[in-house]
Write a protein that binds this ligand. Structure first.
Ligand code: SAH
Length: 217
């Protein structure tokens, strides 16, 4: 059996229970739910934590970072994909690569930037073993987005800046959407829609993300 299939606490039955919980918490998108049902989240955490991978909780992934809680991954993905189809998406904060992998099942191409090189390398190996080949990675500071491939139909940020980086707004296509947590000790999830040259911002729930830091290591 391949490690992706999983047994016991990582079996399909355990994964299905997580999907039921996500539905109960209000996730409606069939596409998002089935992408998360099919993707083995335990492959994105350390083996010692694999048995906890289908709990609805954030887990450490090393380097002081965390893989986001499944509910928040589902919610942010659902928000990002609402409305117009999103062909090309940018993610800031690859981390374990789980959010990237969920997106890769739902859009044509995912571009993802990460500032910590060892995390990026681990994520790359996971994408390779899961045969997810519509993902492009860059080791850089996501404050600057990834201008070479802009504009993006959607941008998702999985770490929290104090303020929305201007470059990310610039790299959003007309009709595009940015989903981003903003704040310091108090953070809120924001959705920013671009209509031509104007931006419309909606402030959603309180959230708790690792900070968006500058520079790369
Ligand atoms: N989407 C990830 C979340 C990981 S935590 C997952 O599901 O696992 C957030 C990630 O953002 C961390 O890996 C952190 O290193 C990264 N990060 C923080 N500031 C960044 C920046 N300026 N540019 C790129 N990545 C950044």
């Amino acid at each position: 059996m391949t490690p992706e299939r999983g047994i016991g606490m990582t079996s399909q039955r355990t994964r299905d229970r997580l999907i039921v919980r996500l539905k109960e918490q209000g996730i409606r998108s069939i596409e998002v739910l089935s992408a998360m049902r099919e993707l083995p989240r335990h492959v994105f955490v350390d083996e010692a934590l694999a048995s906890r991978a289908y709990e609805d909780t954030a887990l450490p992934i090393g380097q002081g970072q965390t893989i986001s809680r499944p509910f928040i991954v589902a919610k942010m993905t659902e928000l990002l994909l609402e409305g117009l189809p999103k062909k090309k998406v940018l993610e800031v904060g690859t981390g374990s690569g789980y959010q990237t992998a969920v997106l890769s099942r739902l859009v044509d191409r995912v571009h993802s930037v990460e500032r910590i090189s060892p995390l990026q390398n681990q994520a790359r190996e996971r994408f390779y073993s899961l045969k997810l080949n519509n993902i492009r990675l860059k080791h850089s500071d996501g404050n600057w987005g990834w201008p070479e491939n802009a504009p993006y139909d959607g941008i998702i940020v999985t770490c929290a800046p104090e303020q929305v980086p201007k470059e990310l707004l610039n790299q959003l296509a007309p009709g595009g959407r940015l989903v981003i947590p903003v704040g310091g000790t108090e953070q809120s999830l924001r959705v920013i829609d671009r209509n031509g040259h104007s931006f419309e911002e909606t402030v959603l729930d309180a959230v708790s993300f690792v900070p968006l830091l500058s520079g790369q290591i």
